[in-house]
Design a protein. Structure first.
Length: 364
């Protein structure tokens, strides 16, 4: 089912019961379509977990509405919303077997034993734990325990599945495996899902759309590619991945191009990227993996090229990272393939550049 937040605001109260001046969620409006996997992404304290808890019914908004499947559920208690939550701490029962953990909600509903066995069996098969049904949680790895928690959440066929940083307690390799599993299961079931994380790679891998939050507000909503390639401001550009920021001045327009002065070099960029501004200062966002290094200056007009000096070089096998000092001060970060571009040393004089079609202007 679809989920809609309409102008939702939430302030927390002090121990004395007074409203705090800090607004946890500030006038948030968002529509999540049926079957979508949408991730709320942002730094600690940005309001993402509070927003998730408002959808679940664990927190009540001070104003605004929560709609699920077109129905107003703002005042509906959590157990009546047909949502399910997968927690960071797994929250599985240590005294119950894997099977009984998954079956817990079904037994509360007093379903017939045959139906319980059928539903639990199918869910354990879906999460790859069919052979571990009789084991106790203490016999499972962290990843397997999280699969139990996921199976328990989906066995009741919720309308909306909620994830509160479910992989944060796992090591890096398990996190990568589990996010692929979560995405596979979500897509196979078609459950509308909202996922909370502060991990950018996790959000990029899992999501149909990402909602970037900052200080209680939505900063940007878009597909992972849109968020990464066309951030709306410096906060989004810096939070999602790494970025270089180059000062630029818009000089005018010619032949469908916006003519920019970038570090004293005139370059052209597609006019549609700049909008209708006829003049003014801006920043160009350039991702490190789109920057190239050469040992001689390129004269390609589609490239912005500058001379510089390598101030840091880090060789990592298949990739190498560099910082290049340009114009005596500006540092450009570069991520390059040694096999394709060779290896450059510290203090080596180089030319550094990028195709203008990968640069994204942030207009002031």
């Amino acid at each position: 089912m679809s989920v809609e937040l309409m102008n939702v605001t939430k302030r927390f109260r002090s121990p004395e019961g007074e409203l705090s001046s800090v607004i946890a969620v500030n006038d948030v409006s968002l529509v999540i379509e049926e079957g979508e996997m949408v991730t709320l992404l942002g730094p600690s304290g940005c309001g993402k977990t509070t927003t998730l808890r408002i959808v679940a019914g664990f927190e009540m908004p001070d104003s605004g509405k929560v709609m699920i499947g077109g129905k107003d559920v703002t005042d509906v208690p959590p157990n009546k919303r047909n949502t399910a939550m997968v927690f960071q701490s797994y929250a599985i029962f240590p005294h119950l077997s894997v099977f009984e953990n998954v079956a817990f909600g079904l037994r509360i509903r007093k379903l017939p034993q045959a139906e319980v066995e059928d539903k639990v069996g199918r869910m354990l098969g879906l999460v790859g734990l069919a052979e571990m049904a009789r084991r106790s949680p203490e016999q499972l790895s962290g990843g397997q325990q999280q699969r139990v928690a996921l199976a328990r959440a989906i066995v009741n066929e919720p309308d909306v599945l909620l994830f509160d940083e479910p992989l944060s307690n796992l090591d890096a390799k398990l996190r990568e495996q589990m996010r692929s599993e979560i995405r596979r299961i979500q897509q196979s079931l078609g459950i509308t899902s909202i996922y909370v994380t502060h991990d950018q790679a996790e959000a990029m891998a899992l999501s149909d759309r990402i909602v970037i939050m900052n200080e209680g507000r939505i900063a940007q909503v878009g597909s992972p590619k849109d968020i990464y390639d066309t951030p709306v401001d410096r906060f989004v550009a810096e939070f999602v991945g790494r970025a270089n920021f180059l000062p630029a001045k818009l000089l005018g327009f010619s032949d469908g191009k916006a003519i920019l002065d970038v570090l004293g070099r005139k370059v052209g960029i597609d006019r549609s990227k700049v909008g209708l501004k006829a003049e003014g200062h801006m920043e160009l966002v350039v991702r490190p993996e789109t920057v190239r290094l050469w040992r001689s200056l390129e004269e390609d007009q589609s490239m912005a090229c500058f001379e510089g000096r390598v101030s840091r070089a880090l060789y990592m096998g298949s990739m190498a990272e560099y910082d290049v000092e340009v114009e005596g001060a500006l540092l450009l970060s570069v991520v390059a393939s040694p096999a394709e571009h060779g290896i450059f040393g510290v203090d080596e004089r180089v030319c550094v550049g990028f195709p203008m079609d990968v640069a994204h202007p942030l207009c002031s």
